[in-house]
Ligand binder design. Structure first.
Ligand SMILES: NC(=O)c1ccc[n+]([C@@H]2O[C@H](COP(=O)([O-])OP(=O)(O)OC[C@H]3O[C@@H](n4cnc5c(N)ncnc54)[C@H](O)[C@@H]3O)[C@@H](O)[C@H]2O)c1
Length: 303
């Protein structure tokens, strides 16, 4: 198969289902050879099964593409290391890493126990960091050997990370952390030929079909299925391809036929007294500045 990823090798984490599966199929359809990673866990992260990753590999091969399965856990150094090694051993190179794996353990903060906090931070934030670190070490070695790569990383955040989401304190913190990691990785790795961007997708998958049952419903036959995961993949494929040259450190919301560049924290109204304030003075200044500032966007689940 030929397309905008011809000759490239891509790794997709959590590619056995949902968005990751759609990304893996779309990358292969554009000519990439794909490492399909999935631990095959339940919706809350329990258990493990090699089935989902293997099934997606079979689907890619049935459509004439090239793919191999990796069924390890990307939240461990061993799993992340062997994932990157699988790309190099199977296809001899690595060009694109799509970090996507994850699961939810939603609770209101007062009921959120430490295990559910740790598990969600680990799968999303550590699960982004470890494959990124192993891939970056490879790309830096390539650059130092005079073979500067044209590499791409696509991270997966969420509206919950951008705006916050009621009942998802652990997930919102992890997804906001991924945004910070994306900015640092883009700044640090540019010199090695690596671009790093993030998406905040929305689609109908097992992660969302119960929570957002109404807005995620499939449309009538013949109408555009705006919540199909396949709608998110074209931007991921472009961000994984050489075509996205000079785009790095950016965050895109994408859902259905819509793509939005998200514009992040930046200084708003400011005042400098040139000396220390009393707390009452600081409060007076803060209130004046807030009156001149853009209102905060509502947290998901509050409206
Ligand atoms: N679906 C949405 O609307 C939506 C919205 C915002 C963000 N996201 C994000 O998109 C990504 C994909 O979500 P989805 O909706 O496709 O969910 P999904 O449950 O359909 O797919 C996630 C996959 O990740 C795998 N996985 C989980 N832990 C893993 C691990 N340790 N190692 C390897 N694989 C592991 C699971 O087995 C599963 O197949 C997630 O990061 C999610 O937070 C999704």
């Amino acid at each position: 198969m030929t397309g905008i990823c011809t000759g490239r090798v891509a790794v997709v984490t959590g590619a056995g289902r949902g968005l990751g599966r759609a990304h893996a199929l779309a990358l292969a359809a554009e000519g990439a050879r794909v490492v399909v990673n999935d631990l095959g866990v339940a919706a809350d992260g329990a258990g493990a099964s090699a089935g989902p990753a293997r099934q997606v590999v079979e689907e890619i091969r049935a459509r004439g593409g090239e793919a191999v399965a990796h069924t390890g856990d990307i939240t461990t150094g061993e799993g992340a290391g062997s994932l990157i090694a699988t790309a190099l051993d199977s296809f001899g190179r690595l060009d694109s890493l799509v970090n996507n794996a994850g699961f939810l353990r939603d609770r209101m903060l007062v009921n959120l126990d430490e295990d559910d906090w740790d598990a969600v931070l680990r799968v999303h934030l550590t699960g982004h960091f470890l494959p990124l670190r192993h891939a970056a070490a490879h790309w830096r070695a390539e650059a130092k050997a005079g073979r500067t790569p044209d590499a791409r990383v696509v991270n997966t955040s969420s509206g919950a990370g951008l705006l916050g989401s009621v009942g998802q304190g652990n997930y919102s913190a992890a997804k906001a952390g991924i945004l910070g990691l994306t900015l640092v990785a883009a700044a640090e790795l540019g010199r090695y030929g690596v671009q790093v961007n993030a998406i905040a997708p929305a689609a109908r998958t097992r992660m969302t079909e119960q929570t957002f049952a109404d807005s995620m419903a499939a449309p009538a036959e013949g109408e555009f299925d705006a919540m199909a995961p396949e709608n998110v993949s074209p931007l991921v494929v472009w961000l994984s391809a050489a075509d996205s040259a000079r785009v790095t450190g950016r965050v895109f919301e994408t859902e259905g036929g819509r793509i939005t560049v998200m514009e992040g924290w930046r200084p708003g109204p400011t005042a400098d007294k040139g000396a220390r304030r009393t707390p009452v003075e600081a409060g007076g200044t803060a209130r004046k500045l807030l009156a001149a500032a853009e209102p905060a966007w509502p947290v998901y689940g509050t409206h």
